[in-house]
Design a protein around this ligand. Sequence first.
Ligand SMILES: Cc1ncc(COP(=O)(O)O)c(C=O)c1O
Length: 375
Amino acid sequence: MSNNDSQPVPLMAPMRAFEEQEAEILEVTSRVLKSGMWAYSIEGKALETELAEYMRADRVCVVNSGTDALTLSLRALGVTYGDEVITPAYSFFASASVISLVGGTPVFVDVEDRTFNIDPEAVEAAITLKTKGIIAVHLYGLPAEVQKLREIADKHGIFLLEDACQAIGAKYNGRMAGTFGDLACFSFYPTKNLSTCGEGGCVSGLNSEAVDKVSKLRLHGETERYHHSLLGRNSRMHEIQAAILRIKLKKLTEWTEKRQEIGGRYTDAWADLPMRVPYVPKGYEHVYHLYVIQSRDRDRLRDNLNEKMIGNGVYYPVAIPSLEVFSGLGHQPGEFPVAEKLCREVLALPVYPQMTEQEINRVEDTVLDYFGHKG
Ligand SMILES: Cc1ncc(COP(=O)(O)O)c(C=O)c1O
């Protein structure tokens, strides 16, 4: 065992991304602090322009988190008491909680067995007269079936909201995730592919009226100083976070390519093992926010990785309809078989641009050794 083999390989390492640009980040932090302009202002507006360019979107509106992006988007799309919104049974909690937070009812549907993303057929079957829209989560960085979902939404006259919190830069047939939905939401939480040193999020989308409404809602629905036309709230992005995001955005394409290179290496190395590697359908571009394998032997593999100090994590251990907070909806075990199976079988492994060659090899070899030794 070399010295480096005795060091843990973390599952995520946002500090390394900070260190890569430390001088620039500290310089800009000091500059913003000394400017005395700390709440959403020049940096926030410049970031919106640069994000729109990156995402090939008409307009982007920055807010304080991905959760705010989703909540304000649902408000802007008119979701209110009694409205149903269809969302996957398997995602991060906020993909569903935001629906309840604005007074709507989450209608859960199962995800696809291979992509782990919302199943369009199940979506169509769940549409009722009360359905107001669909939330499509691009889980782990792989776009959901946006074209099909767009068609379903248009056919039924309901909205499509992309939860792209894990998928900035992902593409479907060359087109960026976030350019299919009426609105699309992104998160800049510290572990995300593009991240703040705090919190942040943004909204874009095809419905420019709704984006405009989000931009008002995040500023207390103000039309002019102390004149309020909407019941909004405060979701101004801090100028330091906006300035940091501007610096990091310059690296996003390079960082995404590195994630894809590492993901591709794992997939090539592990393709023949008795476990599932991420499935990327033709025409889709995965940005590997997380590299997630699926194995019936997950827990033992996990013990082995822990023993070898290889970081790993279960995203997510419980299907959203089974969470205590949603017990009032009366869902029963077995209703979402794919989601429930994934909760037992998925495991995320380290994938981030600052991994060293030795760390990548260690992850690769540890998984290979585990299955090899099982014989
Ligand atoms: C799929 C998904 N939706 C929503 C969110 C919420 O974003 P935030 O943590 O920035 O509020 C996250 C963040 O983890 C997420 O992964």
